[in-house]
Design a protein around this ligand. Sequence first.
Ligand code: SF4
Length: 112
Amino acid sequence: MVGCLAQKKTCFRLSAGVGPKTAACVIVYGFKKPDLPVDVHVHRISNRLGLVKTKNPEKTEAELKKIFPKKYWIEINHLMVRFGQKVCLPRTPLCEKCGLKKICAYYKNCVA
Ligand code: SF4
């Protein structure tokens, strides 16, 4: 089934000309199957925290899928998007207010 969904995702991306995040959203909300949409927030936060060390969202998606069980994939997206809009802002992350600073690679290397 996973291979089948991966094929559907690839076909959809090619035929509709959409990016991986949109394709993942279709898998999640259209087919009601687990996937991990990675937008700019998820990509940025995953790298800042040190969960991954990647250059683009596609690689981040692949790495996060190795780390987290499927049952958490969509929740990770929701949490990181909101966290990226409220705390871990793109240009000026609110590190001093952040509850993750003790485990954050960015904070250790660039702020503390
Ligand atoms: S400590 Fe700063 S960089 Fe790290 S997750 Fe929190 S807000 Fe983002």
